[in-house]
Ligand binder design. Structure first.
Ligand SMILES: Cc1cn([C@H]2C[C@H](O)[C@@H](COP(=O)(O)OP(=O)(O)O[C@H]3O[C@@H](C)C(=O)[C@@H](O)[C@H]3O)O2)c(=O)[nH]c1=O
Length: 178
């Protein structure tokens, strides 16, 4: 497992081992021992979530507040997404900075999104299956979000406006109040 830094504090790209041959590939998606060696103080992952979406779907930007905060280890099993992490920790040197990365079934990359970050993704392929482990339970009463098209964040989601498909919940999110 290769761990690469991003410009955002505590946010990392993880490249798991992938062994390709004539049959296809074999990959180690998550090795809790290698992960613990790289991130010794990281809480264990407790939920393994998956979503299926079609082209244009944009989920985000979401987090759970306070003690319910979740770190997320995100990968795209099939298809291609633009994964987006926004540092929403006021005391961080990268506060309100964002990082985007293409995650796909072909590149096998994963993004470790720390606690206190907003997270979202847009679907760039016909369909995308996105799989993410989180290190805290789902607590809907603590959910918080910011509009994907917030002008301060100014994120390029690599989708034409006309293609963007949001949930009713995400439609109603507010812009940043600073
Ligand atoms: C996120 C989540 C949702 N649900 C349920 C609630 C609801 O009925 C249904 C769909 O929920 P949502 O509309 O919130 O799903 P979604 O918009 O896919 O929310 C997710 O977006 C990505 C970007 C993230 O980072 C995730 O943490 C999560 O916030 O699934 C759970 O039971 N457990 C969970 O952990």
């Amino acid at each position: 497992m290769i761990v690469k830094e991003t410009p955002l504090k505590d946010c990392y790209i993880i490249e798991p081992p992938v062994f390709g041959d004539d049959r296809g590939y074999f990959s180690i998606r998550h090795d809790k021992y290698a992960f613990a060696k790289a991130f010794p103080n990281h809480p264990p992952f407790v939920l393994h979530n998956e979503s299926f979406s079609s082209y244009g779907v944009l989920r985000g930007l979401h987090l759970q507040k306070g003690d319910a905060a979740q770190a997320k280890l995100v990968r795209c099993v099939q298809g291609k997404i633009l994964d987006v992490a926004v540092d929403y920790r006021p005391d961080s040197p990268s506060f309100l900075k964002h990082f985007t990365i293409e995650l796909s079934g072909d590149n096998h990359k994963q993004l470790l999104v720390p606690r206190g970050f907003l997270h979202g993704f847009s679907v760039l392929s016909d369909i995308a299956i996105v799989n993410y482990q989180v290190d805290n339970t789902y607590q809907p009463e603590t959910e918080f979000g910011i509009r994907y098209d917030d002008p301060t964040l100014n994120i390029d989601w690599q989708l034409p406006d006309s293609a963007v498909l949001l949930s009713e919940k995400d439609e109603k999110l507010d812009f940043l109040k600073l």
